[in-house]
Design a protein around this ligand. Structure first.
Ligand SMILES: [Zn+2]
Length: 60
C-alpha cells in the first residue's frame, strides 16, 4: 500500500473538520478539477476524481 494514499485517507477521514474548496486548478494526472482541502494537518490540493490518488501539500 502506498503510504501517500494512507496519509490522504487519514486526512479525509477527519470529516467535519475538513473543508473542501473547489479550485480552478486541474489534476496533472487525470485532468479532473482540484479541491483545496483544509484540515487540522495542513492544506492539500486533492483530486475530485475518487479513482485518482493525486494530492499535493500546500504551504501556508
Ligand atoms: Zn486526478
Amino acid at each position: 500500500m502506498n503510504p501517500l494514499k494512507l496519509a490522504k485517507k487519514k486526512v479525509l477521514a477527519v470529516g467535519s473538520s475538513v473543508l473542501k474548496i473547489p479550485t480552478l486548478g486541474r489534476c496533472p494526472k487525470c485532468g479532473s478539477p482540484l479541491y483545496l482541502t483544509k484540515s487540522p494537518f495542513g492544506n492539500y490540493l486533492t483530486c475530485s476524481n475518487p479513482l485518482c490518488d493525486y494530492y499535493k501539500k500546500v504551504e501556508g
